[in-house]
Design a protein around this ligand. Structure first.
Ligand SMILES: Cc1cc2nc3c(=O)[nH]c(=O)nc-3n(C[C@H](O)[C@H](O)[C@H](O)COP(=O)(O)OP(=O)(O)OC[C@H]3O[C@@H](n4cnc5c(N)ncnc54)[C@H](O)[C@@H]3O)c2cc1C
Length: 316
């Protein structure tokens, strides 16, 4: 049988990556991870037969070289990882070194007649592309939508193998580490999200959206300019092609125009409400309910009405 090598940047979604690999008919399942991160119980419970560990500093150049070393020894069919910035970089580097196929941000993956087939957003998220990956191994990063549930057989005790880079590592040195500011909220799990966009004139005005979110037992998300350019919210709050893909029951887009890069991330929200003062804003075409109004006039009234009424979120 063909094996899967699962790259673990962190261990949050290791169970899902293992069950996805098993659902593809791959076995044995091997995890490649930093020594300090490994959780043997989780690996065993979810069917990993081996954990290959390393102690490299978090420098993609070195990790990708070590990954190539591991792949050459173990010959997996697929190298699978979560679609995260660092993972994408490491996979891209390793695939380039090996001259193999590498695709990122897949929202579906299958193997049919020995060929790996993936679906992923293309052309700025406006379309879904179906691609067949020729050759072996192939590198694939997947989004949570691609996770497959599969009853895995637990393992008593995975084998632990520690390895080190055989090559010299003097070209790059780690001089400092700065952690990015993360919020405590995982948008991809939130049931109610109020999204804020450039229609807000000042950071302080986001209080209006926060208040609305609180009344609805929800959380705040945003368009990319709000987090990446204006830095009003942490990076992990931005929704869309290059951010989180949400699956909330309710999404209220306030002062967001609805460019395709944003909209692709809200396609799986159950109900979308847009609040925008421009009747021609594309977000209205993507929403179930459109409110054409100035957010500065509309939100205070909505908040007041919600406070006065006993009505609270039906979404828990
Ligand atoms: C490669 C790439 C990846 C990208 N990835 C993402 C991504 O993942 N997520 C993302 O969001 N963007 C992404 N973008 C950026 C995207 O193209 C848009 O620029 C961005 O989504 C626009 O943000 P916005 O809607 O907040 O701002 P704008 O487009 O400026 O829209 C602001 C809206 O607010 C409305 N408005 C203004 N004042 C008021 C008011 N008082 N009351 C009510 N409404 C008002 C306006 O009518 C307008 O429609 C990406 C771009 C590129 C090139």
């Amino acid at each position: 049988m063909s094996s899967a090598l699962i790259y673990a940047e962190d261990w949050e979604h290791i169970p899902e990556l293992l069950s996805t690999s098993a659902a593809l008919g791959l076995s044995p399942l091997i995890i490649f991870s930093h020594r300090d991160l490994i959780d043997i119980k989780v690996a065993a419970k979810n069917g990993a037969s081996e954990i290959i560990t390393h102690r490299l500093e978090p420098i993609p150049t070195y990790i990708s070289r070590l990954l190539v070393q591991v792949i050459s020894e173990r010959q997996p069919r697929i190298i699978l990882g979560e679609a995260k910035k660092n993972v994408r970089e490491i996979f891209g580097r390793a695939a380039q070194r090996m001259g193999k196929a590498c695709v990122n941000n897949c929202n579906n993956i299958d193997i049919a007649e020995g060929i790996v087939r993936i679906i992923r957003p293309i052309l700025g998220g406006g379309y879904n592309g179906i691609q067949e990956l020729i050759g072996s191994p192939v590198f694939v990063t997947i989004r949570p939508e691609a996770f497959k549930k599969y009853p895995v057989k637990s393992v008593e005790e995975p084998l632990i193998t520690e390895i080190d880079l055989k090559l010299k590592r003097d070209s790059i040195k780690l001089v400092d580490k700065k952690t990015t500011k993360r919020s405590e909220v995982d948008l991809s799990l939130a049931k109610v999200i109020v999204g804020v966009g450039r229609g807000f004139r000042n950071k302080e005005d986001l209080k209006l959206a926060e208040e609305l979110a609180e009344l609805l037992n929800g959380v705040i998300g945003c368009s990319r300019p709000i987090s990446s350019d204006l830095k009003w919210l942490p990076e992990d709050r931005h929704i869309g092609l290059s951010g989180k893909w949400i699956r909330s029951r309710l999404y209220i887009a306030v002062g967001i125009s609805g460019q395709i890069q944003h909209v692709v991330g809200i396609k799986n929200a159950e109900t979308v409400i847009a609040i925008n003062n421009d009747p021609d804003a594309p977000i209205h075409k993507e929403s179930d309910y459109s409110i054409i109004a100035d957010l500065y006039e509309f939100l205070p009234v909505l908040i007041k009405k919600l406070r006065e009424s006993k009505l609270r979120s039906i979404y828990g």
